[in-house]
Design a protein around this ligand. Sequence first.
Ligand SMILES: NC(=O)c1ccc[n+]([C@@H]2O[C@H](COP(=O)([O-])OP(=O)(O)OC[C@H]3O[C@@H](n4cnc5c(N)ncnc54)[C@H](OP(=O)(O)O)[C@@H]3O)[C@@H](O)[C@H]2O)c1
Length: 520
Amino acid sequence: MAATLVTPTAINPLRAGMRGTRTIEPCVVVVFGATGDLTHRKLIPALYNLALEQPMPAELSVVGVGRRPLDNNEFRQQALDAVDKFSRRRPVNPNVWETFSRGLFYCQAPFDDPDGYVRLKNLLDQLDRDRGTLGNRIFYLSTQPSYYPTIIENLREADMARRGRPPGSGWARIVVEKPFGHNLESAQGLNDLLSTAFREDQIFRIDHYLGKETVQNIMVLRFGNGVFEPIWNRRYIDSVQITAAESLGIEGRAAYYNEAGALRDMIQNHVMQLLALVAMEPPANFGADSVRDEKVKVLRSIPPMREAEIVADTVRGQYGAGWIGGEHVPGFVEESGIPPTSRTETFVALKLQIDNWRWAGVPFYIRTGKRLTKRITEVAIQFRRPPYLLFRDIGADKLQSNVLSLRIQPNEGISLRVEAKVPGQEMRIRPVNMEFFYGRAFGVEPPEAYERLLLDCMYGDSTLFTRRDETELAWGLVDSIAHAWDHPPATGIPRYEPGTSGPREADTLIERDERTWRRL
Ligand SMILES: NC(=O)c1ccc[n+]([C@@H]2O[C@H](COP(=O)([O-])OP(=O)(O)OC[C@H]3O[C@@H](n4cnc5c(N)ncnc54)[C@H](OP(=O)(O)O)[C@@H]3O)[C@@H](O)[C@H]2O)c1
């Protein structure tokens, strides 16, 4: 009988501390889409890094499911190449790899072939016997979303979903990648289908932003620090800006991106999750449902946007051709696979309100886009200005307000902008930043988001995964914007130059309120 392992509290001090010790049971991680990009770039390296840094059960096994004819050795070689190329920790440790790779298996099974699921089931049963995986499985859907329904139905029909199993007789969990639906209706349809096979507590809808260290640190910062907790409200906060900027274009994902656009690709999931964490009330504890209940309350407090508000408070744009980083890049509609008439947005800016006691009157400005000046994701809390009466004579109107900036990527960390006196005889004032970088403060780079999330899934902890109601509420908001944009269909879309901070219309949106975007 396999032993369960006690994990060090360093993995997740917040929740381990709140709930006592957590244990990982032996299990098999079944990755649908074994030869795909996400599997190679993120999942296999994350599992290897967990094996390297955490006390994982020796029985942990991974089964890749794909349509190509590979044997176990070929799959292991592909996995080694992936770790060699993409792992956070390199070079590969031969001893750890030796043990880890013995737990890697491949199952050839086209997703729509029921016989493939019989083969998969037999393999999993055999691993239970040979490796002691106790009937526990994580099914990871790392495939094109159009395959999700087929895989879910086949898992249900092959009796692998284990919905009604009594505790202790083997569990099944399913991880669903983004995008989770294309609109509210399809997300509801997917949720309905999932619920025919799995209970809600078996379903792990992944949003990898939630696995990032700084995102989790939002809760520690807000609720663990006496200096911030009392001022986190409309009385002291002027406005909040959430930016998720990328300098890259669509990087070969033309078909997906042209369908999705920035609103569905970024706002519905990552940005709304950041907003909910920044704005939520303190949860009663750090249990999955307590935290998610609070996030849902925030999403419910965003009033539906009427058409006139959508016209006034949202901006979309599309990148044209131009120069970025000394390189000439094509415009969105010149990218391979994008129709020249496409009006898909590669940039969105919007202003949202949260109608509750804490946030009434505090605007949340959001922007996301591709081919912008640089890659940065941050939440910036802009505080109200003090009266400045004392500094009137030295140009108090030029003083800047304090900004607390939570940098999600790159260089995860926090900075606080304060005004300070410039050394010298005169009274001159200049903003300075108090900085905290994860790497520098703790001497280690934070783990990859996928490591944290896979580990949490093994624990059965869904705090950092989105619940059905969260997903649907966020889709409701995004749908209303998308619908207004399409009715009547726009004849054009504002263009912006690559390497800039987006279309001019986005500046107008915020300048109307006598505020400006933070410089990228
Ligand atoms: N890539 C990323 O960075 C990223 C980031 C966030 C989310 N995601 C999401 O993760 C999911 C996977 O993305 P991806 O980029 O890894 O996709 P991908 O590279 O296209 O991989 C898809 C995988 O599915 C397999 N496959 C396709 N059709 C199959 C079939 N009929 N039967 C069996 N196997 C089949 C492919 O096998 P073949 O090799 O034989 O084609 C491949 O292994 C998507 O939902 C995506 O939105 C990806």
